[in-house]
Ligand binder design. Sequence first.
Ligand SMILES: Nc1ncnc2c1ncn2[C@@H]1O[C@H](COP(=O)(O)OP(=O)(O)OP(=O)(O)O)[C@@H](O)[C@H]1O
Ligand SMILES: [Mg+2]
Length: 460
Amino acid sequence: MALLLVVDDEIGVRESLRMLLKSEFEVETCPDAESGLELLTRRTPDLIILDLVMPGRGGMDFLREMRARGNTIPIVVLTASNTVDAAVGAMKEGAADFITKPFETDALRIKIRQLLERGELEREVERLRDEVAERQQLGRLVGRAPVMREMFRTIERVADSRSSVLITGESGTGKELVAQAIHELSPRKEEAFIAINCGAIPHSLMESTLFGHERGAFTGAGEQKVGVFEAAHGGTLFLDEIGELDPSVQVKLLRALQERKVERLGNPHSIDVDVRIVAATNRDLEQEIEAGRFRQDLFYRVNVISIEIPALRERREDIRLLAETFLARFATDMKKKLRFDPEALAAIERYAWPGNVRELENAVERGAALSDDEVIRLGVLPDAMVSAGRSERMREELRTGSTSFDETVARFECELIREALERQAWNQTRAAEVLGITRRVLKLKIDRYDIHPPGSASTP
Ligand SMILES: Nc1ncnc2c1ncn2[C@@H]1O[C@H](COP(=O)(O)OP(=O)(O)OP(=O)(O)O)[C@@H](O)[C@H]1O
Ligand SMILES: [Mg+2]
């Protein structure tokens, strides 16, 4: 039976609707917007009948809040016959239909049935659309490039097993996030996910970190300590930067992986552990093997499934999606409304991002924090990015023949001057000094290129 929610402050209306509809539908009622919204956190009605005029938060408020939550349940607005304007306003906010009070019972029933049928159809279409839709997200991972979608599928496929996974990729490409996604999608998700950074732990402490130790097992070993293998029992152990492991520890790690047992230092008794290993590295392990720094047998153990995350510059279609995703997140965090200026977005898309997603995330955060209005402009992005973007764009235009050499050189000169002036708060003497030209030459060029501070009229 379809569930209807009636939100109306008049008990008479609520009860008559209940009587009228209960033979055909399940009916819930709420006396105000607050309790209606609260009910929506627990139940999902198929349709809502909403009074517009109520004490406290009115029906319009209810509507907006619902839509802001992304809730698309169809809503029929109830309105007195002399306030049809308000009903039309409500439909602009996304209400599906309206009914004037006093209502005619048959007309009301028919309207409800029609809306429910339409809803079912729409949901079906939606479902089909979702199925074919290009997947752009997996857990906290965002990406639309074909290589990333392929990676999402791999993660989903391998999450179920307990085979070891080796994740490779440059710094900042999201290796840790991938490791977490594997854990979150696995049957182990309720158990521990323990991450250690093999490069950050001193060699001398690595063994006891992995396997634990008994009290006084070695000089400096205080109280008994449980190692990460034991702590991750039943769950996932993420060995970040595995390429940094000391060869002596590599042997012991290999043994633990083969035997699925560990021994605490200072205790010969071995303990069974059931741990899934996910390892990551930004080194080329095969090269490390050749150089004798990484054990081949350990590599095979760890690299049962390999996931390679491409650098951000190799999947340019993700840059914009990621930038917009981060911006939306920072905007919510900072309680600001934020969007990119097209020029800033273009620079972001053109930049090479040697620090990959991490660098992009930081640049967007910085831009969001520094911009004092809603728009993120080129000026609040890191300098290197801005100039790299500019020169890249000019080169591109020259290559494609859309500008001439002379014009490109002139534009570059013009931008250098503008940049120097902006940095020196439009003080020409100081800008000339920075550029290493005389003030007179600077003035000539300013006139030639008609450079002036934003907002001010050009100098005559
Ligand atoms: N595909 C992605 N979608 C959303 N956020 C991402 C994605 N990839 C990376 N990030 C974010 O970028 C940052 C860096 O990611 P992460 O720490 O996983 O990188 P890493 O490969 O482990 O880097 P490093 O080698 O330097 O440790 C994190 O804040 C992470 O949330
Ligand atoms: Mg990392």
